[in-house]
Design a protein around this ligand. Sequence first.
Ligand SMILES: Cc1cc2nc3c(=O)[nH]c(=O)nc-3n(C[C@H](O)[C@H](O)[C@H](O)COP(=O)(O)O)c2cc1C
Length: 373
Amino acid sequence: MSTIVTIAGSPSVNSSTDALLSYVSRRITGAGHTVLPVVIRDLPAQALLSADVNDSAIAEAVEAVDAADAVVVVSPVYKAAYSGLLKVFLDLLPQRAFRGKAVLPLVTGGSPAHVLAVDYALRPVLTSLGADHVGQGWFVLSSHIRVYPDGGVLIDPASAGPVAEVTENFLAALARHSPVQLPPGPRRVSPVAGDPDLSVLYVEPGDPELAPLLDDLSVEYTTRYGRVSAYTQLTEVPVTDFLPPDGAFLVLTENGETVAGGAIRRYDDATAEVKRVWTSSRHRRRGLGRRLMAELERAALDLGYRRIHLTTGPRQPEATKLYLASGYQARFDVTADPETIGPLAFAKELVPGAGLADWEQPEREPETVGAGR
Ligand SMILES: Cc1cc2nc3c(=O)[nH]c(=O)nc-3n(C[C@H](O)[C@H](O)[C@H](O)COP(=O)(O)O)c2cc1C
């Protein structure tokens, strides 16, 4: 069973948000997990405001977050966003404090006009803290929360159903994440043929070498598709899909810098799906995209796959060019306007030992970011 830290961001002593959290916490403990509450307003104000992580209460809260398997973050909507109190606490956490964890965001508010605060305001911050999986959150109207003198909480059925559902989904995601809690295996590093400065590093979700890739993809997807598009979702695939024995996440590093990366996961018994293909904006037009694709194909062969399937978005023409240049067959009408198609699918049959010669003399293809979503 898992330990789940709850971070309560309401400054109110008689808090609707806390009542919602107690309702959710009961469901979580009922499923056999341990809940460790962090109530931010109970932390010493001076230490909180000066981000004094040496203060014993602050240190204890930070350690609880670090040791937790998952986190529930709750806040009232204040001025169309989450509370400043919550932000003060999140700001003193380490940059990747939520790495390897599933996170459930919940907010309460007085007006349905701010129902999107959970996705527009809170979610990006949780993602930036390295959360592996930020599940669907929920906004609950404060008028839907009733607290009885004995501490009992009644949630209006209009909100209780969705809250129960997102909590169940969160617990299911937590169960899928449990392999991440195993001790990490040895990290595989191998040189790239023909380029002594480049290495291929097999990483795990949450490793710091992945941070530039994930941060940049998040910005790129949002820039190209807007915040609420399906194309912007980096959390729709459980990160455990990218772990052996069915998957792999690898990056190309150059003198310690992550310059490119991508992942594979199981599509079917014989087919791997490529995801998260990325090249650093400072290292494009060097052929790194094709090197990366060759490495991903080798990784797929090593895992026993015989073909690759992938999709990219309609607003990533450079990704389409990379895949065509790398020998992938387009599974759509390449003459049609990509916006009228949606996700663009590609496939390639893998031949053991073939294609790797591409590494020796990579062509200067238009390098890409955000491909193989
Ligand atoms: C300073 C302040 C600002 C608020 N701003 C908003 C807002 O912008 N949008 C909204 O829907 N509710 C707003 N509310 C209402 C609260 O979000 C709502 O009552 C919430 O459930 C309070 O939670 P609490 O009892 O934990 O404090 C605001 C309340 C306060 C006190």
